[in-house]
Design a protein around this ligand. Structure first.
Ligand SMILES: [Zn+2]
Ligand SMILES: [Zn+2]
Length: 367
């Protein structure tokens, strides 16, 4: 007997997301069925809506930042049992690609996925799941290796944020471009990901963390999460200001969490000699950046800079998610302050609207 529940679906391009009754089949071999406890609302869900499904067939179950409890395990799943608390990973390494085969699963570009097991109840249409997750739903089926067991005492309404925003920001600092103790760091863009970069830099014992944003409210958040200096990019050239704040030398690491060409260029030009810029924010399809090579102070050649790209914190979820949960339990990683408000499944459209217009770090759906 399939389970019956509800999910936030995109039924057609251009339509609002709607709560619909769904049926969810039992998990197949290697899969697990999860009863969701909570899910963060991330910009990527909004992108899927505004970009008409991003190539996924409709209907689509939104959501990819979820936590819940295992309800049923499929054949061959031995590392989980019903009742286990889990956070769902959208990048469980595929174990087949060249990166996985050479033992470097953080560079995997594929991911394990379940078969389609969620159907719209009124007509039986099989649903796609955003990033193989589909967490704006009372129930979902994911690949067993994408369900990461949490310590029993972690509140899942906080732990769900680890799945995307937090692991992306902290992972950029821990995995993509590791910050050394005493480094000088700049962070451009202080939304959920940028604030997580700031937390990562604080955990890595950076001596200076310069937050850059246009919004004074976000800069205040940045200070709360560990920024030592604030630069409002509306009040003059942020590159000049960051270089001035770092004794005229520039920063060792600059993280860009916006996705704008102009900000990538700024990140590169605010670096100290042999510094590393890291591009995290999702760019537009036709975005370009025209980097200066030959300027003696800030050019790519003479300043010997490195530019890296970070996808989802280059995470290895089975290792990183429990680590981040542990850092939360030890009071070292602030997840509580990341939740701006709790909402229900019916409030997703409103949460999207707030995301575009208001000052929101994360809305979290509670089931
Ligand atoms: Zn996300
Ligand atoms: Zn792989």
């Amino acid at each position: 007997m399939p389970y019956e529940g509800f999910a936030v679906l995109l039924n057609e391009p251009g339509q609002a997301a709607q709560v619909e009754a769904v049926t969810v089949d039992s998990p197949g071999p290697g899969e697990v069925l999860i009863q969701l406890h909570s899910s963060g609302v991330c910009h990527t869900d909004l992108h899927v809506k505004t970009m008409n499904g991003m190539g996924m067939p409709f209907p689509i179950v939104l959501g990819h930042e979820g936590a819940g409890h295992v309800l049923e395990v499929g054949e061959g799943v031995t590392h989980l049992a019903p009742g286990d608390p889990v956070v769902i990973a959208y990048r469980a390494p595929c174990e087949q690609c060249p990166a996985c085969r050479r033992g470097d699963p953080r560079r995997c570009w594929a991911a394990l996925r379940p078969k389609q097991r969620i159907a719209r109840k009124r007509d039986g249409a099989l649903c796609s799941q955003v990033l193989r997750c589909g967490t704006f739903a009372t129930h979902t089926v994911v690949h067993g290796k994408a369900a990461i067991k949490m310590p029993p005492n972690v509140p899942l309404e906080k732990a769900c944020l680890i799945a995307c925003g937090v692991v992306t920001g902290v992972g950029a600092v821990f995995n993509t471009s590791p910050v050394w103790r005493g480094a000088r760091v700049a962070v451009i863009g202080c939304g959920g990901v940028g604030l997580s970069v700031i937390q990562g830099a604080r955990l890595a014992h950076a001596k200076q963390i310069i937050a850059v944003d246009l919004n004074p409210v976000k800069l205040e958040w940045a200070k709360k999460f560990g920024a030592t200096d604030l630069v409002n990019a509306k009040e003059g050239d942020p590159v000049a200001k960051v270089r001035e704040l770092s004794d005229g030398e520039g920063v060792d690491f600059a993280y860009e969490a916006v996705g704008l060409s102009e900000c990538i260029d700024q990140a590169v030009r605010m670096l100290a000699y042999a510094g590393t810029a890291t591009h995290i924010g999702l760019p537009e399809e036709n975005a370009h950046v025209n980097l200066n090579l030959g300027d003696m102070d800030t050019g790519v050649y003479w300043n010997k800079v490195c530019l890296r790209v970070c996808h989802a914190g280059d995470t290895l979820p089975s290792y990183d998610f429990p680590l981040l949960a542990q850092l939360y339990l030890q009071g070292k990683l602030d997840l509580d302050g990341m939740v701006t408000r709790e909402i229900t499944l019916n409030d997703v459209e409103e949460a999207f609207h707030e995301m575009e217009t208001g000052n929101v770090i994360r809305s979290v759906i509670r089931f």
